[in-house]
Design a protein around this ligand. Structure first.
Ligand code: AMP
Ligand code: GLY
Length: 415
């Protein structure tokens, strides 16, 4: 089969890496891809929103299947668009991707189907939100309804911060339309864990749990980022959590989707908080997480293409998905100013690496040289028998990759 992957980050490199090992994949393509992906796939520079252009590319290269990885094209209906034209595509259609693209929709879904989540109210105007906040308990969480590049969630310690947050989201429209509605919700306390699962619309198969580190600096300090590193499985997510997760969250989610007439085919990402009152859903994403994927997918033993097709064909229940009983570990190597001021275009040097996988995120080739082209530049991943060995493997080699002002967290897996 000829397969096209949509996207350009480390997560997409990990997907291409897994697909490149599939016996069933003949030619691999990626739009737009990056310098690392171009070593294993044919990359084509094109906007991921140019649906017509992508459809032309699919026909021109006899592409049999498109794996749509990022949230935005999913929310904008790329899978609907391709399916309507007879192209097999992996990922949820827009009505199902709404589980991620509208936090109001997903909150109403969870409440309707009794899925544990933070208590929350939806506000359509700044006046109504401010009125509620004047007598609220703090800290409190304010969230833009729509997609906001992962920056639309503000944790407010007091009324002043909350007023400022409403001003940013609803009045200044820092994230445009995404802030037309906001959710104001209860602040949950606990450890976060990510569980991603494949879903074929009727059945769900859970991947190893994982944990992301979102803050920019060691000790969970600094601004929120797209993620600075991850490990899988999470040692904090015990067997009893797994049972609780299946019974109270995963299965009710699939059942709820079916009851609501929504067919979800693709990956459901459950962002969970382990609270003293049990597991609660912080958010759903309608796709693979980044950088969790770079820690989780290297553990996959089953051919990813078999899973993708089982999801599309609705027979995931017939497939036994196998994972290595090991630890996957990944550390993000970022540009100096990330996530605020990113200077790009620095030349990169890489010494020989052993037994690790270097996923590229923000890299490009300029004048024949490998250069930085984004905030997150690489994810260096390793697999080993236990967490300490996996940490040692990755951190032992991370300094073999260098470019001006490069930076990484030194405490992934320790907090
Ligand atoms: P989200 O975009 O919904 O994943 O939120 C981003 C981050 O904000 C989460 O990973 C949590 O760390 C934090 N967060 C979101 N909602 C809550 C909540 N209700 N209570 C505490 N922290 C939250
Ligand atoms: N790592 C968080 C996300 O992918 O949304």
């Amino acid at each position: 089969m000829n397969v096209l992957v949509i996207g350009s980050g480390g997560r997409e490199h990990a997907v291409c890496y897994a697909l490149s090992k599939s016996k069933r994949v003949n030619k691999l393509f990626c739009v737009p891809g990056n310098a690392g992906i171009s070593e294993i796939a044919t990359c084509k520079s094109m906007s991921v929103f140019d649906f017509d252009g992508i459809y032309e590319y699919v026909k021109e290269h006899n592409i049999d299947l498109v794996f749509v990885t990022p949230d935005d094209p999913l929310a904008k209906g790329m899978v609907d668009f391709l399916s309507e034209r007879g192209v097999r595509a992996f990922g949820p259609k827009a009505n199902a991707a709404k589980l991620e693209s509208s936090k109001a929709f997903s909150k109403e879904f969870m409440v309707r189907h009794n899925i544990p989540t933070a208590a929350s109210k939806i506000y359509n105007s700044a006046e109504a939100a401010l009125d509620f906040l004047s007598s609220a308990q703090f800290p409190i969480v304010i969230k833009a309804d729509g997609l906001a590049l992962g920056k639309g969630v503000l944790i407010c310690a007091d009324l002043d911060e909350a007023k400022a947050a409403i001003g940013e989201l609803m009045v200044n429209k820092a994230f445009g339309e995404a802030g037309n509605r906001v959710l104001i919700e209860e602040f949950l306390v606990g450890r976060e864990v990510t569980v991603m699962a494949f879903c074929d619309g009727k059945h769900i198969k859970v991947m190893p749990s994982s944990q992301d580190h979102k803050r920019a600096f060691d000790g969970d300090k600094g601004l929120n980022t797209g993620g600075m590193g991850a490990f899988a499985p999470s040692p904090y997510f015990t067997d009893s959590h797994k049972v609780e997760f299946m019974d109270k969250i995963a299965l009710p989610t699939v059942k709820g989707l079916i009851e609501d007439g929504i067919e979800f085919k693709g990956v459901i990402y459950f962002g969970l908080m382990m609270t003293k009152d049990g597991l609660k859903v912080i958010e759903y994403n309608a796709r693979l997480g980044d950088p969790e994927t770079e820690a989780v997918l290297p553990l996959l033993k089953t051919d990813l293409m078999d899973i993708v097709e089982a999801c599309i064909d609705g027979n995931l229940d017939k497939l036994d998905i196998e994972w290595q009983d090991k630890v996957g570990f990944t550390v993000v190597i970022a540009s100096g100013g990330y996530p605020s001021n990113v200077i790009k275009g620095y030349e990169i040097s890489i010494e020989k690496l052993d037994n690790v996988i270097l996923f590229h995120a923000g890299t490009a080739i300029k004048d024949g040289k490998l250069v930085t082209s984004g905030g997150r530049v690489f994810e260096l991943s390793g697999v080993a028998d236990d967490m300490e060995s996996a940490r040692g493997l990755v951190y032992g080699q991370i300094d073999k990759i260098s470019f001006k002002d490069s930076r990484y967290r030194t405490d992934i897996g320790r907090v």
